[in-house]
Structures are given as structure tokens and as C-alpha cells.
Design a protein around this ligand. Structure first.
Ligand SMILES: *Cc1c(COP(=O)(O)O)cnc(C)c1O
Length: 379
């Protein structure tokens, strides 16, 4: 089955009760047993629920993994991965990281005795300098947020396998439409399904997908034992979102390309960060490991000030000023005060997140409308 079919049919079956094509929303916490232990596969909805199970099967299918696990948020999914570790273990992580992930690592898990190294991974060789006998996990986010650097997943796989450590990839920005880390040899794919997977800005959810059965078992144990699951209603919405993922992504990519080129041609725009430019420092890797370049773009204006950026985002009419990304509607964000405010200013600026940076999640509206909106705001 090819990807565009998997989004709709991958590991999906009509419901057993009445043949409903979409799985019903099994809004129940528990399941009747005919005799102790006499159940039909479901006992309690923290452990498993038929609607969530249908979603988890779909997630496994679209990422080409064996097992999918859905959580109450992207951060809950990352939290579950971190619980594979013990005090004294070390993690090597991308430095240009989603702010909430950085906060979870440094403010929660450092306190539990896990050590993190934040490393620029555009040059994957950098990772090897930080590997030691305590290293257990390499955490990769690519394209990075908000600087849109690309990390070579295959090179990370070589290092992870050489030292026998797990490799996890946050695939939120790319989605399996653009990049499939498990196929390249990664152990864990993580999603904030809040973003492109759900695709309609109407839910908060996280996901993990793995190939290995033993690893799946350990993660399932954590999912059930810690309990950060998502509910049946949200599972239904996410499944509905996945059915159009390929169509939405195609349009996100087309619109993203048009907006990136427009921004670059504008006299008041300074830098534009988008991996589809031939002179992007990681263009060759992007071209090889992704099928297209996505709809996430960051840029700064020549005015180069906080006020300049604020005045642009305040003037936008179709782009909504909001946190988040990956929905059908176009959003604009100001990383320094919004998504990345939880990263100290000094750390933030080291990776290029200046006060003047604006991040766009280009939606699937009419291309001309989007460009005209940006033009009037920047002019
Ligand atoms: C949003 C996001 C997260 C966190 O996910 P939530 O669903 O908000 O908990 C993690 N990584 C990336 C890249 C994100 O964009």
C-alpha cells in the first residue's frame, strides 16, 4: 500500500458491531465482563480503547512502524520516552529544539538525574563528541524549530547503531508525508499530533511509533502505568485528520514554496529560513531525506527589531497570530515571546532566535490571498 492509500485505509477495518466505516467514538471508561477475565479485548480505557486503538494502528501504518501509541499531548509522548531512562543516563539532543521539549528536559528530567547535551546537529559528526558509556538516547528534531535547519537522520542512525543507543526523531514538522525516520533506521518517531497529523487546530495530542516489539512493549507499559493517554473523541478527530494528511501536505508545500519565494524577493525582508532554497546550508540533505520542503518558514525584516516584528504580525489579517502550527489555517508566531519564551534569551540567541524573527505556518488557503496579506503587513 502506498502512503496516499495508507492515510485512509492503513490497518483500518470496518467496526465489528455494525460495519461502520469510521470507528465509533467509544466514549466509555470500562467494559462488561461475562465472568472475571471474560472480556473482548478491552478492560479499562487507560489500558486500551477501541477508538484509540484504531488511531494507533493508523499511526503505525503511516509511519511504516509496527506499533503506535497515542498520548494526551506531544509532551506527554516525549515524557514517556524519557521514562525509558534512569538517573545517570545521558541524552544528546538537538540544540535548536521546540521550547516545551527543552523545558521538559531541563526543568523536569534533569531534576531526576538525567543529563542532557544540547548539540548543533546540522553537522552530525558533532554528536559523536558527546557519546560516552552513559549515553542512552539521541533526540533529533528536523526540520528544527524555528530555524529550519535539517539534520541528516541517516548519519544519526550510523552513530546510534555504532554506540547501541536509541535514536528518537520528533517528526512533527515533516510528517510521514515528507519524511519517514523509521525507514531510515531510527528507533522511535514522535509527533505532536496537535499539529499536521490532526491538521485542524481542534485537538492536543501526541504519538509515538516504533518498529521493535520489545521497545513497543516497554513504551506501552509506560503509557498504561503513567496514564497520559488521549480520549476517544480526540482519537476520532485525529483519525479523521489523517485521512486528508497527504492532500493537505501537498498544498502546504505548494503554498509554502510560493510564500518563501515571495518573502525572499521582498526588499524589506532580511533573512528567510526555508529548506527548499537551493542555497539553504542543508539543501542537499533536505532534498534526499524529504519528499518536499513543507510549509514552515521563518523570516526577519531588515528593521531587525522587536517592534518591527510585532508591527508586522499585528497587521496580518488572514494569518492568525497564534501559537501552534500545522492546521489548515495560516498562523504567524513570534518565537522569542511565544513558542520559545521558555528558553533563556542567551540560549535562544545562540541558535539564531532573534527578537525580530517571525515564524509562519503556511496553511492551505488561496496562495494569492496569503501573499497579499504578507505584502500589506510588511509594506
Ligand atoms: C508542539 C510541538 C511539541 C509539543 O507538542 P504538544 O502537543 O504541544 O504537547 C513537540 N515538538 C514539536 C516540534 C512541536 O511543534
Amino acid at each position: 500500500m502506498k502512503f496516499n492509500t495508507k492515510t485512509i485505509h492503513g490497518k483500518q477495518h470496518p467496526d465489528k458491531a455494525y460495519g461502520s466505516v469510521m470507528p465509533p467514538i467509544y466514549q466509555t471508561s470500562t467494559y462488561a465482563q461475562s465472568t472475571p477475565g471474560g472480556h473482548q479485548g478491552y478492560e479499562y480505557s487507560r489500558s486500551s480503547n477501541p477508538t484509540r486503538h484504531a488511531l494507533e494502528q493508523s499511526l503505525a501504518s503511516i509511519e511504516n512502524g509496527g506499533y503506535g501509541l497515542a498520548f494526551g499531548s506531544g509532551l506527554a509522548a516525549i515524557d514517556a520516552v524519557m521514562k525509558l531512562l534512569k538517573p545517570g543516563d545521558e541524552v544528546i539532543s538537538t540544540n535548536d529544539l521546540y521550547g516545551g521539549t527543552y523545558r521538559l528536559f531541563t526543568k523536569i528530567f534533569e531534576g531526576f538525574g538525567i543529563k542532557f547535551h544540547f548539540v548543533g546537529m546540522s553537522n552530525a559528526e558533532n554528536i559523536e563528541h558527546f557519546v560516552n558509556k552513559n549515553t542512552k538516547l539521541i533526540w533529533v528534531e528536523t526540520p528544527t524549530n524555528p530555524m529550519m535547519s535539517i539534520i541528516d537522520i541517516k548519519k544519526c542512525v550510523v552513530i546510534a547503531q555504532k554506540y547501541k543507543v536509541l535514536l528518537a526523531v520528533d517528526n512533527t514538522f515533516a510528517t510521514p508525508y515528507l519524511q519517514q525516520p523509521l525507514n531510515l533506521g531510527a528507533d522511535i518517531v514522535m509527533h505532536s499530533a496537535t499539529k499536521y497529523i490532526g491538521g485542524h487546530s481542534d485537538l492536543v495530542m501526541g504519538a509515538l511509533i516504533v518498529k521493535d516489539k520489545e521497545l513497543a512493549k516497554r513504551l506501552y507499559f509506560i503509557q498504561n502505568a503513567s496514564g497520559a493517554i488521549c480520549g476517544p473523541q480526540d482519537s476520532f478527530l485525529a483519525l479523521r485528520g489523517i485521512k486528508t494528511l497527504h492532500v493537505r501536505m501537498q498544498r502546504h508545500c505548494e503554498n509554502g514554496k510560493a510564500v518563501a519565494h515571495f518573502l525572499r524577493s521582498h526588499s524589506k525582508v532580511d533573512k528567510v529560513y526555508w529548506p527548499g532554497f537551493k542555497d539553504h546550508p542543508n539543501y542537499d540533505i533536505a532534498k534526499e531525506q524529504m519528499t518536499d520542503f513543507g510549509g514552515m518558514i521563518s523570516f526577519s525584516t531588515k528593521e531587525d527589531s522587536l517592534q518591527g516584528a510585532v508591527s508586522v504580525v499585528n497587521k496580518l489579517r488572514i494569518f492568525t497570530l497564534a501559537e501552534s502550527l500545522g492546521g489548515v489555517e495560516s498562523l504567524a508566531g513570534h518565537p522569542a515571546t511565544m513558542t520559545h519564551a521558555s528558553i533563556p534569551k542567551k540560549e535562544r540567541e545562540k541558535i539564531g532566535v532573534k527578537d525580530s524573527l517571525i515564524r509562519l505556518s503556511v496553511g492551505i488557503e488561496d496562495q494569492e490571498d496569503l501573499i497579499n496579506d504578507l505584502r500589506q503587513a510588511i509594506d
